[in-house]
Ligand binder design. Structure first.
Ligand code: FAD
Ligand code: NAI
Length: 480
């Protein structure tokens, strides 16, 4: 196939995860002739759109978090409400089938959106050659099956799990996060290397379904990116729920012996040994930036192999953009999507920006942890003069009524300007509560603006109002 056979497009998007599919749809909405190339093959060997997020990430994990939470509630959570149930039974195949149906509906939904918006979809591995040419290779034969000539290229090839040489994936015994979404039976003893977001979410799923879960975390600080007052409170709550979180635990080896994974790790007391039915490795993700460019291409990568981009996601090569997990910043679906919209609109001549200061973070445990803006430790490091207000959920009427009175809301404001710098929530539905904080911060609100806003009663949101009042020492429902 020669270069002159190439199909011509205004924009070619590589990858159909949240970054790529959103960018492609927005480009098409703006009147550009758009193609999207994706290579994802699902567990049935079929192409499936939506990338990590829809296939093995956000969506299947949240489906299992929801189901496992309901199961745990039937076991003990409802008795406080005066509801007694006869023995609840777990139907794991049905739970997994429900999860897979949701994934299938949503991934097929992307294909439908592409059709409606007239985005041309190509299946295969995309590789950029000079002159803004994209070659698409068949994944199996490695033959070039299509050439696309672009005016602009958007790279949205995402990320993959980091594997540890001391705990390489092995059969279905040592697995990554995708494997941990597919267990066919509840492991009696489950080990997880890494007490980060995935470790806590998937650890919660299997713990609620009956596993004894041990998390081995190399750092001596729990959730170092979160506000440490919230992290300490969350650590206590998760330990109470039965998650055995061991900090300062450095993995030495993990070996499959028969039906067990034998793990050796080191802590201050010396070498320790554990035996698990399954081991999940969840120690971060790395950008998919290899095998994407022909040798003559000069696209710069940073020292961690993320594609180097400016604040508008432009690479060092004119006409080529990169967005989502393959570039710097948090590896989050909503950050990826916003970058997709920004790049599409900038190609169309608009001056859209992404506010990287105001990205919400959520950990979907129970209670949930959510935050936006600066943590107290960041304010200290940056020498910012700040004030804080904290309101415990135990003093919130709705939380009491829900039997979900664990946790708190914390607001950090600038001591002089009163501008809200950070909002941190550890509470039921924190993922929803944080949206109002993000809106407030996007509008550059002061704490006083929140204080003077009326909140419906009784709602969990009132805790945000009270935390804002607490910043100036006049919360109503607690001693200031
Ligand atoms: P991806 O979703 O990884 O998509 C990249 C796509 O590009 C893939 O389809 C891949 O096959 C394709 N591709 C790669 N290279 C090529 C190539 N050369 N040619 C053609 N196609 C290619 N984030 C949240 O915000 N909220 C959550 O609740 C959440 N939960 C998560 C749970 C888990 C278990 C995991 C693993 C992740 C979770 N994430 C969550 C993170 C989220 O999934 C990612 O941030 C998001 O998927 C990044 O989107 P992306 O489009 O950049 O990349
Ligand atoms: P993570 O960065 O959240 O956590 C990894 C943890 O592993 C860290 O605490 C780290 O200190 C620890 N670690 C690293 N090496 C280790 C070792 N050798 N031994 C023991 N511990 C070790 O990464 P995670 O959980 O893998 O998630 C990957 C990405 O996916 C995250 O960046 C996150 O943004 C995204 N994600 C987002 C979710 C959400 O938004 N709710 C849910 C799940 C994933």
């Amino acid at each position: 196939m020669s270069k002159k056979d190439a199909k011509e497009y205004d924009v070619v998007v590589m990858g159909a995860g949240p970054a790529g599919y959103v960018a492609a749809i927005r480009c098409a909405q703006l009147g550009m002739k758009t193609a999207c190339v994706d290579e994802w093959i699902n567990r049935d060997g079929k192409p499936s759109l939506g990338g990590t997020c829809l296939n093995v990430g956000c969506i299947p994990s949240k489906a299992l978090l929801e189901s496992s939470h309901l199961y745990a509630m039937t076991k003990s959570g409802f008795t406080a409400h005066g509801i007694k149930l006869s023995q609840a039974q777990l139907d794991l195949p049905a739970m997994m089938a429900r999860k897979q149906n949701i994934v299938n509906e949503l991934t097929n939904g992307i294909a439908g959106l592409f059709k409606t918006n007239k985005v041309d979809l190509f299946q295969g591995h995309a590789r950029i050659a000079s002159g803004l040419l994209v070659n698409i290779k068949d994944r199996r034969t490695k033959e070039v099956i299509e050439r696309l000539q672009a005016k602009h290229i958007i790279i949205a090839t995402g990320s993959s799990p980091v594997s540890l040489p001391r705990a390489e994936p092995k059969d279905d015994m040592i697995v990554d996060s995708a494997g941990a979404l597919e267990f066919t039976a509840v492991p009696k003893r489950l080990g997880i290397v890494g007490a980060g977001v995935i470790g806590l979410e998937l650890g919660s799923v299997w713990s609620r379904l009956g596993s004894e879960v041990t998390l081995l975390e190399t750092m001596d600080e729990f959730l170092s990116a979160a506000d440490q007052q919230i992290a300490r409170s969350a650590l206590r709550a998760f330990k109470k729920q039965g998650l055995d979180i061991r900090l300062d635990a450095r993995l030495v080896s993990a070996d499959v012996k028969g039906k067990q994974v034998k793990v050796v790790y080191e802590n201050k007391q010396g070498e320790q040994q554990e035996s698990f039915d399954k081991l999940v490795v969840a120690v971060g993700r790395k950008p998919n930036s290899d095998l994407m460019f022909d040798a003559e291409m000069e696209i710069e990568l940073d020292e961690r192999r993320f594609i180097l981009v400016d604040e508008h996601c432009e690479t060092s090569s004119p006409g080529i953009y990169a967005i989502g997990d393959v570039v710097r910043g948090p590896m989050l679906a909503h950050k990826a999507m916003e970058e997709g919209v920004m790049v599409a609109e900038r190609i169309a001549g608009q001056s859209t920006e992404v506010n990287y200061e105001n990205i919400p973070n959520v950990i979907y445990t129970h209670p949930e942890i959510a935050w936006a803006g600066k943590t107290e430790q960041q304010c200290k490091q940056l020498g910012i003069d700040y004030k804080t207000g904290v309101f415990p959920m135990a003093a919130n009427g709705r939380a009491k009524a829900m039997h979900a009175a664990e946790g708190m809301v914390k607001i950090i404001s600038h001591a002089q300007t009163d501008r809200v710098l950070g909002v941190h929530v550890f509470a039921a539905n924190a993922s929803e509560l944080i949206a109002q904080a993000v809106t407030a911060m996007e509008m550059q609100c002061s704490t006083e603006d929140i204080q003077l806003t009326m909140f419906a009663h009784p709602t969990l949101s009132e805790a945000i109002h009270e935390a804002a009042l607490a910043v100036d020492g006049h919360a109503i429902h607690i001693k200031n």
